[in-house]
Structure formats: C-alpha cells, structure tokens
Design a binder for this molecule. Structure first.
Ligand code: UD1
Ligand code: CA
Length: 480
C-alpha cells in the first residue's frame, strides 16, 4: 500500500505491507427512493451519501487508491464528487453488486486487497474500515465482511456463521431468499467487505444470477470462496448505526436525523447551547465556538463559522457565512455567503445575500436586504432598505427605506458612502454615486450626482402649501 500521511492503518502501512485499494459501489439507481436523482446523491447531514463514504475512505487510503464504481447517471454522480480526487470506474449496466466488482477487475488487479464499501451507507467511520482491514489481514482471510446486530434486520442480508462462536461464515442469505428461520437472525451483512484480490477475481465468475432479482450478488462470494476452501470471516461492529443504508426516504431521513443529532451533541460537548436540538439543522462542517446559543428552528449550513458568545435566534437560516464573536442574529434572518463582524446585530428579518460584509458593531435591521456591500464599523441600516453594490464607511446612518439603485438595466454600478454620512429616510441613491465624508442627504431625496464632504444634498420637489384649500373645496361642492 502506498504511504499516506493521514492513514489510519497503523503499523500495517509500513514498507513491505500489502497494497490496499478501496472500491465504493455507487452505480445503482435507488429504485426504492422513487427519485430522478441517483441514490448516492441524496443528501444527509447536508452532503450527498457518496461524499460521506468518500470522506471516510480517503482517511484510510489516499484518493488515488479509491475507486468509485458509478453507472446510473454517472456524469452527474462524477461531477458531484469530482473534487475529492478519487478514481471512477464505469459500470454501464447495473447487474448487481457482484457485477460492480467484475467491472472493476482490471483497475484493481495491481492491489493485494480491496476494501469494498457501499455508497449508500454514509455513517461508516475510517476507524471501522481500518479495523475491518486489520481483522482481515490478521485472519489471513480471502473475504472478511462487516456485520452488526440490528433490532430490525428486515431488508438486510443475514450472516450465517459456521458455528455460534466462530469467526467463520457459511454464507450470506438475502432477505428475499431467506427461510423463516433465517429471517430471525439479527446479525446482518453491512455491505462492507475486504477481499484478497487474487482470490476474489479467480472465483468471481462462479457467481450467477439465479436469484429473485436476477442479479450477480457480491454476497454469494462468501459461499463461493468457502466452497473453494478459502477463509471467509465476519467482524461484528458494536456501533450498528454505522452500517445503516439509505434505501428508502424513511431510512434517508432517519440517517439524516442521526447525523444531525451527533453534530449537535458534539457542539454541546464543546460548550455550545442548543435549545431543542431536534428542531435545528446544523451541517457537519459548521463550526461554532463556545458560549454561543442556538435557539429552536435554526438552520446553519455549509461551511459556516460562528464565533464565541453569539446568539442565533429562531427561524434564522445561515449558509456558508462567517460570524464574529458576540453577534446577535434576531429571528427570521437569512445569511448567505456573508461575513458579520464582532458584536454586530442582525435582524429581525434581515436578508444578507452573498458578498455582504458587515462591520464590527454594525446594525442591520428589519426587512433590510444587502448584497455585495461593505458596511463599516458601527454603521446602521435598521429599517426597510436595499443596499447592493455599495461601499459604506464607518459610523454611517442609513435611514429607513433607503435604496441604492445599482442596476441601470444593463450593468451594475457602485454607491460609495463615506464615514459619518447621514442618509435621510426614503432616499434613493442612483449609482454610480458618492456621498462624501460627514455629508447629509435630506429625507426623500433622489441623489443622482456626488455629494461633497460635509455638504447637505436635498433632491426632492419643494413643498407647496395652499392655505384654506380644503375649506374652499368643501364650499364649492356643497349642493345648492
Ligand atoms: C446489499 C447486500 C445486503 C446487505 C446490504 C447492506 C447484496 C446482494 N446485498 O443489499 O446483503 O445487507 O447491502 O446495506 O449485495 N450497486 C452498484 N451496482 C449494482 C448494484 C448496486 O454499484 O449493479 C451499489 C448501489 O448503488 C449501492 C450498493 O451497491 O450503493 C448496494 O446496493 P443495494 O441495491 O443498495 O443493495 P442492498 O439491497 O441494500
Ligand atoms: Ca443498500
């Protein structure tokens, strides 16, 4: 096996050790999900099933030794995980898990052992994969399978041991072919295996499609290899949650829940308060520093990072955003690819769109939408405002209902508002335009040309007052 800096295989990885590949079966359609989307691209914990399995695999061997077997919607699957650097093998026709390995034969022929993972079982850990391999090597087996005891084993293949205490396996029987007695077995085949490559490929042509699905079952290799007098063993994991596959929408949602609960548990262990965690959706890659409080019904997704002592109030949705220390996000705010400086206050009902950079101690309030702006330290935009493509300095006050008119129907233009400026309510700033340092814009102004430093600009019609107008109108309309 090639050396890898982050390998988990311990002493077994040292020079002279066997070459190990990982093959991930990910070619199936996922008929039971009744979906246009291929099964392995369905998401749990905010990431496709396959991305979880690849992440675990690439912590055991380098990406160059990982082979994803793809078939149904192969282009789409490949594109979704291309950035992981793993190899792809095309199984153009999906004729079963055994067939998936048949098509991988030439790619795997230079390895001594292959670890086979299921692309639809996302909770597998690198530690378990490494332990399975080590057990396989210690046992000098031709095939080692991962098993687990499940309270509800229905749907899984059952492991038939040669005797109750033996590591050796007689065979695996699929649910559809199991006898009533075999259905009572709680030890299931997890769908993760290690094979000695030469033994696998010199015997794989012995499996057939004589089963209820008319497919080549990889599970049949247990009996085939045993009959060839080769060693087939099972290693049982205590952590049965790890092996669950997402074959149905219900299983998908259950696994998603488990992953999210684990994430919340981890954050709570690290000092984050989460009220009603079952109502919160926090993606795996999210980081939250201690003493922050997450209220019910909050979603924090993607690569978001939240500093210490923040409070994220209910119904806020935060994606790929960076939030400094001591920030208060009031209810119902939406942040996407935004940055918020320390001690800022956002919301309620603010929408920070991509490229919003909110300075330290700044306030963005009720029904304010921002996009691609910098709002300087301590500046305030508290009510009913649209700020797009704007450079706004420190200590600026943006009055209620201010609009930056950034789009002329063809191109976007920038509004610059320098430090300490005051924009009166209901103003429109027609970009490109600049309001100088400390300048004032009178309420309801339409600003179309630059305002010099410390000047007052008023751009609205002068008020007209007609004394007694109502009285005269009333008199004129009275019936004679
Ligand atoms: C399989 C096992 C079963 C085990 C269960 C664990 C077989 C015959 N049965 O059943 O014993 O308990 O996993 O989760 O293997 N795939 C391909 N090419 C194909 C067919 C499938 O790549 O031609 C992929 C699928 O995309 C999936 C994986 O192989 O990621 C497993 O296939 P699936 O149909 O889900 O097998 P199960 O019925 O769950
Ligand atoms: Ca499955």
């Amino acid at each position: 096996m090639k050396k890898s800096g982050n390998s988990l295989l311990g002493s077994k990885t040292s020079a002279g050790s066997p070459r190990v590949a990982i093959a991930i079966m990910a070619a199936g359609k996922g008929t039971r999900l009744k979906s246009q989307l291929p099964k392995v691209l369905h998401e749990v914990g905010g990431k496709p099933l396959l991305a979880h399995v690849i992440a675990a695999a690439t912590r055991v061997v380098p990406p160059s030794d990982v082979f994803a077997i793809i078939g149904h919607e192969a282009g789409r699957v490949r594109a979704a995980v291309a950035d992981t650097g793993v190899n792809f093998i095309l199984q153009a026709e999906q004729r079963g898990t055994g067939h998936a390995l048949m098509v991988a034969q030439s790619a795997l022929s230079t390895y001594d052992h292959v670890i086979v993972l299921s692309g639809d079982a996302p909770q597998i850990t690198p530690q378990t994969i490494a332990r399975l391999l080590n057990f396989h090597l210690d046992q000098q087996a031709a095939m080692t399978l991962l098993s687990a005891d499940l309270d509800h084993p229905t749907g899984y293949g059952r492991v038939i041991r040669r005797s109750a205490r033996s590591a050796e396996v007689q065979g695996i029987v699929e649910e559809k072919s199991a006898s009533p007695a075999q259905k009572k077995i709680h030890e299931i085949n997890a769908g993760f295996y290690v094979f000695a490559v030469p033994q696998l490929f010199s015997n794989i042509n012995k499996i057939s499609t004589a089963n209820p699905h008319g497919e080549f079952y990889l599970t049949d290799m247990a009996e085939v290899l045993r009959k060839a007098r080769l060693r087939v063993v099972a290693w049982k994991t205590e952590n049965s949650a790890e092996v669950l596959g997402a074959n149905t929408r219900a299983e998908l949602s259950f696994i998603d829940f488990q992953i999210r609960m684990r994430k919340c548990q981890q954050l709570m262990d690290e000092g984050v308060t989460i009220f009603y965690p079952a109502t919160c959706v926090i993606d795996n890659d999210v980081e939250i520093a201690p003493d922050s409080v997450i209220e019910p019904f909050v979603q924090i997704m993607g690569k978001s990072r939240i500093g210490a002592a923040c409070r994220i109030r209910s119904y806020s949705v935060i994606r790929d955003s960076e939030i400094g220390e001591g920030v208060l996000i009031r209810p119902g705010s939406i942040l996407e690819e935004a940055r918020v400086g320390a001690s800022a206050v956002i919301g309620p009902y603010s929408h920070l769109r991509p490229g919003s950079d909110i300075g330290e101690g700044a306030h963005v309030g009720n029904f304010v939408e921002t996009k691609k702006i910098r709002l300087g330290k301590g500046s305030k935009a508290n009510h009913l405002t649209y700020l797009g493509d704007a450079e706004i300095g420190a200590g600026v006050n943006i009055g209620a209902g201010t609009i930056t008119c950034n789009y002329d129907g063809v191109a976007k233009h920038t509004t610059v508002i320098e430090d300490g400026a005051f924009i009166g309510s209901d103003s429109t700033l027609v970009a490109p335009v600049r309001v100088g340092r400390g300048a004032y814009v009178g309420a309801a102004s339409c600003i179309t040309s630059d305002v010099p430093e410390e000047a007052l600009a008023v751009g609205r019609a002068r008020q007209i007052v007609k004394e007694g107008w109502v009285r005269e109108k009333r008199a004129a309309s009275k019936p004679k």
